[in-house]
Design a protein around this ligand. Sequence first.
Ligand code: FES
Length: 135
Amino acid sequence: MGGQNPYLSQIEVPLPKTKYRVTFLPMNKTVEVDPDHLPQGYDGRPGSVLSIALANGILLDHSCGGVCACSTCHVYVKSGLDTCNQSSDDEDDMIQEAPGLEDCSRLGCQTVPDGSKDVVVEIPEWNRNLVKEAH
Ligand code: FES
C-alpha cells in the first residue's frame, strides 16, 4: 500500500535541510537522517518518522500504508516535537482513535522533523509486540 489518501487535504511539509538523528525507543536505536538521502519508496510522508523507521529496519505498524487512515503508527515524540510539522486536521481526527493519547502523540506517517534538533520517538508499550527489528 502507500501513496496518498486522495480524500485528505494535501499540505506542504518542510523537509530537513541538515543532518539530524532519531532515537527510537524502547529499542534505543539511533539513526542518522541525511536530507540529501531521505528514505525513498517507504510508506508515509517523505521524511516522516514512519519512513525513517522502516528504512532502518524498525517495522513500525502502519495498517493503512501511511496515508493517515488508521492510527496504528501512533508514536510519542518525546523530544524534538517542536521541530516537527504541525499536525493537520485530518491527523488530529485520526489520532483520536489511538489508545493512550498524550500531548506528544503523533501519527508516525504524518510527522516530519525539520532536522533542526535530534528527535526521540517512543513506540507505545501496547504496540511493542508489533514492532520488530530486522537483523
Ligand atoms: S499508517 Fe495509518 S495513519 Fe499512519
